[in-house]
Design a protein around this ligand. Structure first.
Ligand code: SF4
Ligand code: SF4
Length: 136
């Protein structure tokens, strides 16, 4: 049995096919949705853990990608240069996972790596290019 977290990115014109339902019913994959941000007509993100024998998991991933949905494993880490941050908040505005937040009272940026799903949206958002990816 293999368990792994993935980020699924749905195109704005996604058909609405019940992908997670089909993964469970047709492939017998255990699915645990960690985070969902999906609205009709917009790019959507879904973070989920999938558990199944490796062969079945591979078939499920092929099915997802056939539906024009990007599916990336979470095996990278995000780093940022906290010492150079000017707390402008631009990165927190794009971080749908809630890993980057601005303190209401302090107006300072906080980063919670446990919530990060490595969507990489913050990389482009920072005017000082303080984010980088650690592939490991
Ligand atoms: S990669 Fe950046 S924007 Fe995406 S979840 Fe992690 S901290 Fe947030
Ligand atoms: S976008 Fe860059 S400078 Fe602005 S709060 Fe985020 S890390 Fe700091």
């Amino acid at each position: 049995m293999t368990s792994k977290r993935f980020v699924l990115t749905f195109p704005p014109d996604a058909t609405g096919e019940p992908i997670t339902y089909n993964l469970i019913k047709k492939f017998d994959i255990m699915v645990n949705i960690v985070k969902a941000d999906v609205s009709p007509g917009k790019i959507g993100h879904l973070v989920m853990e999938m558990s199944a024998p490796a062969k079945v998991l591979k078939e499920g991933l092929e099915y997802i990608r056939q539906k024009n949905v990007e599916c990336e494993p979470i095996d990278k880490k995000i780093h940022y240069r906290e010492d150079l941050c000017i707390h402008c908040g631009a990165c927190s505005a794009v971080c749908f996972a809630g890993a980057l937040t601005m303190g209401r009272k302090t107006a300072e940026l906080s980063f919670d790596p446990d919530k990060c799903v490595v969507c990489e949206l913050c990389l482009k958002s920072c005017p000082l290019n303080l984010f980088s990816i650690d592939i490991g």
